[in-house]
Ligand binder design. Structure first.
Ligand code: TXE
Length: 495
């Protein structure tokens, strides 16, 4: 056991009475109900946050609207870039504090919080900072006939859409919060972020750091609360776009609500039931460490992680035996202990949901290994390998978002593609093989926004990310996000 010490600044932060973050400071409304933030490893309440009312949401939207009109849309792209880079510097300077807040409220292993979540937050913020100065339109030569020698020209400009609502889930609150903040601020928009009710704290701290970074008050606001608070936000006439990451069911509701609000712009990054296909030439010993790590990072609570594993029939028995052995040997325990590689699930409702799927599998005798809930305190379940006989099995259809993978053999590439695409989701997929001619023939046939080869679950700011089918609308990162946060204006000139 080598549990890390909780920093004094983290203890002080947790002990505060947290409000929303509006116009550059904490705003507490004494009449609002409070939500307990529960440490999923200990089930202790570590802090409380406010359940935001319509009135608080209105204040936050007003603050973001005024900052958009009077400040943020008026400064140069270069200044926006500098300030986002300064925020990245401050995330770096406060990395341990932010990582501990994530670990305490999301149950994320401290190593993952430090080396993945906080480290990636910095990298993504710097990417968005670099995009601020690269937002472009184009010039166009119209074909209008000239009657009296007049000429025409045209150009397009991209203008910030206005105030964005960023609705964030609980699995990577800081990083996904930073994606939304970076996308909005780099394009000249301001934002109201609504973090998950389970993992609210790191985003509140990020908003404070933004003020220290010189980002003007009101540019980043945070309202805390349940789903209802998010609904108030979508209904606010001052919000011009909603950027949501979360479950498909909530995403569809948000999309409908946004459409009913005069076609408010919306981008949705939703769930997946991602496939990993292991072709016949695969070397199981070589790929297993990478595949297992990509699958079980943050206990499998990653939208892009694989849940359906297709193994060529010649390698199926070997895969099952070796994967079971690896799962059984994963040290599980406190996420504050850097020697553990497996921690708790992030919250009680999700723990109950995962146990429900494991019980379904257990009743039908499908569990090959793992899957037991651990007795005692905390939301711990052992990672599970589950066999399925056909693609109509609920465990092969529904996103569990947990540490369980279902495995099925396949005979040839045609049946593989049919099975991989037999899903309402289309977020991500991977193919594991060194037979590149097979791989290149498969890539265009796979219904997924991202296809990885000999890797899975890796996101990079330079590479667009988003889903096909019910996995979402729109793309994040690269320069692909810019269209979603800006309006395209056409200008035609006669001279
Ligand atoms: O997600 P929701 P929940 C999956 C995972 C999990 C399930 C439910 O399977 O078990 O979703 O988790 C806010 N209007 N994913 O309930 O509902 C909510 O407060 C506006 C996959 O946490 O999607 C939170 O801030 N906002 C996912 C955010 O939406 C609403 C990551 C996400 O909540 C709202 C997390 C409403 N009507 C869970 N209802 C992924 N794809 O990455 C809720 N919210």
């Amino acid at each position: 056991m080598s549990k890390i010490e909780i920093l004094n600044e983290v203890k002080t932060f947790l002990a505060r009475k947290h409000g929303h973050f509006i116009a550059g400071k904490s705003y507490v409304d004494e009449h609002e109900a409070r939500i307990d933030i529960i440490n999923p490893a200990t089930e202790e309440c570590i802090a409380t946050v406010a359940d935001g009312s319509e009135a608080s949401v209105a204040l936050a939207a007003q603050s973001a609207h005024e900052s958009f009109k009077n400040v943020w849309s008026k400064i140069t792209p270069y200044e926006r870039s500098l300030k986002l880079n300064k925020l990245a510097d401050l995330v770096e300077a406060n990395a341990d504090e932010l990582a501990q807040l994530e670990t305490l409220s999301a149950g994320k292993l401290i190593t993952i919080a430090q080396h993945l979540e906080v480290a990636q937050t910095i990298i993504f913020l710097r990417h968005f900072a670099s995009c601020a100065t690269k937002i472009e339109g184009k010039t166009i030569q119209p074909s209008l006939p000239s009657m009296q020698g007049e000429q025409y020209t045209a150009f397009t400009v991209r203008q910030p859409i206005g105030v964005v609502a960023g609705i964030v889930p609980w699995n990577f609150s800081l990083m996904i919060g930073a994606w939304k903040i970076g996308s909005a601020l780099s394009t000249g928009c301001t934002i109201v972020v609504k973090p998950s009710e389970f993992t609210t704290l790191s985003v509140l701290r990020l908003a404070e750091l933004a003020i220290e970074a010189g980002i003007p008050e009101g540019v980043i606001n945070v309202v805390t609360g349940l789903g209802k608070t998010g609904q108030y936000l979508i209904d606010s006439p001052l919000i011009k776009k909603v950027s949501f990451t979360g479950s498909v069911s909530t995403g569809i509701r948000i999309g409908q609500q946004a459409m009913q609000n005069d076609l408010k712009r919306v981008s949705l990054e939703l769930g997946g039931k991602n496939a990993a296909a292991l072709l016949s030439d695969v070397n199981i010993d070589e790929i297993l460490p990478v595949l297992i790590q990509s699958t079980f990072v943050h206990q499998g609570q990653v939208c892009a992680a694989p849940e359906r594993i297709f193994v060529h029939q010649s390698k199926y028995d070997e895969f099952v035996a070796k994967a079971s052995a690896v799962l059984a040997s994963m040290p599980m325990g406190s996420p504050l202990d850097a020697s553990n590689v497996f921690g708790p699930l992030s919250n009680k409702p999700h723990y109950e949901k995962v146990k429900h799927y494991l019980n379904l599998a257990r009743e039908k005798g499908q569990i090959i290994s793992g899957g037991e809930a651990v007795e005692g305190t905390g939301y711990f379940v052992k990672p599970a390998l589950i066999k399925v006989d056909d693609c109509k099995d609920p465990l092969f259809i529904e996103e569990t978002f947990g540490p369980l993978i279902s495995v099925i053999p396949f005979e040839d590439e045609d049946s593989l593609v049919t099975m991989m695409n037999d899903s309402r989701f289309g977020l991500a997929a991977s193919v594991w093989s060194n037979d590149m001619s097979k791989v290149f023939r498969l890539i265009p046939q796979i219904d997924a926004g991202s296809v990885w080869i000999n890797m899975h679950t890796f996101l990079d700011p330079a590479v667009p990310f988003g889903g096909m089918k019910a996995s979402g609308i729109g793309r994040e990162f690269s320069d692909a996000y810019i269209d979603d946060y800006t309006e395209l204006k056409s200008v035609m000139i006669r001279f």
